[in-house]
Design a protein around this ligand. Structure first.
Ligand code: OAD
Ligand code: ZN
Length: 249
């Protein structure tokens, strides 16, 4: 079966790398974007991707903050999933060389992962878009719940969390590509693989690719010749089965 095959691949691998997307956190209670209950379906607005569009944000930051407030509220309640813990263990036992995540929920770090590259940034820092003043997570959290649009104490400019919007450069791209090139087993877990440049990274892998994703994902940038396993199952259920063969969590 697929779990046994995956477990064998992990046993043989020496340098595992993971690209995770929003699907790895849905079992924690954070909705994804393009899945059946994804934000882009439930947002109830036209062109929902504009929530995270930088030029739209500069014109009207209130739309982003309306959704971000809900996200921050959810973030205070959630716990890492089994899959987050499974990949933290793979690092601990010396099998995994790094995690590239498109997520901003920091659940990988909270599960114990050390080498995490948040290619789309995170909520741990915020900056004034006008004067650049930095705000900690606690400061921005307080402001976000107290003010409709959080504004800078120093200059009144709009504060923006250090997450990557559409139209902004991603972070750590060179390092992420280097990780993929070093890896002999590359997992893509819970991503629709439609957003570039993140979706371009798996192709850089020298070894073999395993995709774990329920439902459709884009193969536009994915060399299927390198893909040795596609698992169309729930992420936690699948990695629990894999773990039954490995007993690492
Ligand atoms: P998507 O929402 O596009 O894709 C998540 C995928 O995970 C979907 O294919 C789901 O079907 C699948 N999925 C969800 N829950 C699952 C589960 N429990 N088991 C198995 N599969 C599951 O999320 P991303 O690919 O991460 O960027 O989206 C990429 C980027 O688009 C995000 O980082 C964000 C977004 O706009 C920015 O805002 C810049
Ligand atoms: Zn300022």
């Amino acid at each position: 079966d697929l779990a046994a095959k995956c477990a064998d691949m992990i046993k043989e691998a020496k340098k595992i790398c993971l690209l995770s997307g929003a699907g790895i956190s849905t079992n924690a209670g954070i909705p994804d974007f393009r899945g059946p209950k994804g934000l882009y379906r439930t947002a109830g607005i036209e062109n929902p991707e504009r929530i995270f569009d930088i030029s739209y944000f500069y014109r009207d930051p209130s739309l982003f903050y309306r959704f971000h407030r809900e996200f921050l509220r959810a973030l205070q309640q959630v716990q890492p999933t089994f899959a987050h813990k499974f990949f933290a263990k793979l690092e601990e036992i010396g099998k995994l060389i790094g995690i590239i995540t498109q997520n901003i929920d920091s659940l990988h770090q909270r599960a114990g992962s050390k080498k995490v590259y948040e290619i789309h940034g995170g909520v741990w820092e915020s900056f004034c878009v006008k004067c650049g003043k930095a705000y900690t997570y606690e400061e921005s959290l307080k402001k976000t719940f107290e003010e409709d649009i959080p504004r800078c104490d120093a200059c009144g400019g709009v504060i923006k969390p250090d997450i990557v919007f559409f139209g902004e450069p991603v972070k750590y791209l060179d390092k992420c590509i280097q990780l993929a090139r070093e890896s002999d087993l590359f997992f893509v877990v819970g991503s629709s693989l439609v957003v570039t440049p993140a979706a371009l990274i798996p192709a850089e892998c020298r070894g073999t690719i395993v995709v774990v994703n329920k439902g459709e994902f884009s193969t536009a940038y994915l060399p299927m010749s390198k893909v040795s396993l596609v698992v169309d199952e729930d992420i936690d259920a699948f990695f629990r089965s894999v773990n039954e063969h490995l007993n690492i969590v």
